[in-house]
Design a protein around this ligand. Structure first.
Ligand code: RB5
Length: 151
């Protein structure tokens, strides 16, 4: 497996969701552990209604400050929490919904946060996309120049 994957076994991955994504988050945290990562769950941890920006910013801050190598964020659509996490310098969050978006987010965009909508993508598919995202290396080359221009 290429070292251009976003994280290597042992690296820390942060994961967070709002109330819409709690169950999927716990499944994905287990998947990430089985992939060999150290997982930090930043909440939320109940179905009580919360505000997705609070959890997106928590993941954004951890990736921005290099406390974590990469992240996963989940809300109902994945939209709100992806907007929040992308406001942090150095974060490239990609909202994925199928095999191609999960793969291209890594190959072309070197995304370091995967965002997904728990009310959009069925859990078994979402978990398959998680695997694709973390197993796919960045292609580099012309894409490196473009990613550089993202700032
Ligand atoms: C919460 O109801 C919902 O708005 C949130 O999970 C997300 O879909 C926002 O983008």
């Amino acid at each position: 497996m290429s070292d251009a994957r976003i994280a290597q076994p042992g690296d820390t991955i942060v994961i967070a969701s709002d109330h819409a994504g709690v169950e999927l988050k716990s499944q994905m945290a287990g998947d990430l552990k089985r992939m060999g990562f150290t997982v930090k769950d930043l909440g939320t941890n109940s179905s009580d209604s919360v505000d997705y920006p609070d959890f997106g910013h928590a993941v954004g801050k951890a990736v921005e400050t290099h406390d974590a190598k990469a992240g996963v964020v989940i809300c109902g659509t994945g939209i709100g929490i992806s907007i929040a996490v992308n406001r942090h310098p150095g974060v490239r969050a990609a909202l994925v919904h199928d095999d191609m978006t999960a793969r291209m987010a890594r190959e072309h965009n070197d995304a370091n946060v995967m965002a997904i909508g728990a009310r959009i993508v069925p859990a078994d598919r979402a978990r398959a996309l998680l695997k694709i995202f973390f197993e796919t290396p960045f292609e580099g080359g012309r894409h490196a120049r473009r990613v550089e221009k993202l700032g």
